[in-house]
Design a binder for this molecule. Structure first.
Ligand code: GLP
Length: 268
């Protein structure tokens, strides 16, 4: 894992946007894995700004989102499809037909839909760069604690903690789904690079468990310890419970030096 600690959330977003921009400008048909939640919103703003400034085009990009709620339509304002349209897709030149979410409509078999999503990712030649946030309980996508570390796209039942954490986004009289379709942990680990963003004190314990805890289904994000190219972007608050912060800063400076000498090289 490469742990990089920034002074604030804005710097996390700026750095994450550089990763995305590098992939999109260098690769002919880039495949992005996208995430929802409050954390990546500032990343999407950076990307929209870069597009508007003429620095970036999403014309040839395909995207796969991590998850989608079950039981609400795509045009519902609470759907992750709506979130992605509002925060990114409507503001850049991506072909909307090349943007995918793991949906499962009423009457459709969720197991078949999950397998079909896996197949679609394969056909696109896999995800190059997967953006991730992290839940306060260590979930990635909607892989809640106890999720199999070998899981694939499927239905998950949300925990009470996640429902409580996300209830701030729903009005009192609004239906809050308790089920979602989500990429599995093995699906996420298949991405060539994973870029996890975590900001704020409420994520500090989950970050500690992910980086320094044991590999455990009780902290799904700890599975990233098994990934060859996992980059963890943190602000100071999210990093506050990590004991080896000085080491991470030092190691990062060494990486910067190697990049300066030999050039940036990402094997997409
Ligand atoms: C949701 C999403 C996750 C996200 C998490 C944290 O449950 N399914 O992908 O990482 O929330 O969200 P936030 O960034 O709002 O804290």
């Amino acid at each position: 894992m490469q742990v990089i600690i920034f002074d604030d959330a804005q710097q996390v977003a700026v750095n994450a946007a550089e990763w995305v921009a590098e992939l999109i400008t260098k690769k002919k048909n880039p495949v992005l894995g996208l995430a929802t939640g409050s954390t990546p919103i500032s990343l999407y703003q950076q990307l929209v700004n870069k597009y508007k400034a003429g620095e970036l085009s999403f014309k040839n990009t395909t995207s796969f989102n991590l998850d989608e709620y079950l039981g609400i339509d795509a045009d519902n304002e609470q759907s992750y499809r709506h979130f992605m349209n509002q925060n990114l897709f409507n503001h850049v030149d991506i072909n909307i037909d090349n943007t995918f979410l793991p949906t499962c409509n009423q009457g459709e078999n969720p197991r078949e839909q999950g397998l079909a999503y896996e197949e679609k990712i394969k056909q696109a030649n896999g995800v190059d760069l997967q953006i991730l946030g992290i839940g306060a309980n260590g979930h990635i996508g909607f892989n809640e604690p106890t999720s199999s570390l070998a899981s694939r796209t499927r239905i998950k039942t949300l925990t009470q903690q996640t429902l409580n954490d996300n209830s701030r986004l729903f009005n009192k009289d609004e239906f809050q789904p308790t089920l979602a379709m989500t990429m599995g942990i093995a699906t996420i680990l298949d991405a060539r690079y994973v870029l996890l963003m975590a900001t704020g004190e409420s994520k500090a314990q989950a970050v500690k468990d992910m980086v320094a805890g044991p590999l455990s289904a009780m902290c799904p994000a700890s599975a990233l310890q098994m990934h060859e190219n996992a980059i963890i972007l943190l602000d100071k608050a999210a990093a506050s419970k990590l004991e080896d912060q000085e080491y991470y800063h030092w190691a990062n400076n060494q990486n910067i030096k190697v990049n300066e000498e030999f050039g940036l090289y990402h094997n997409y």
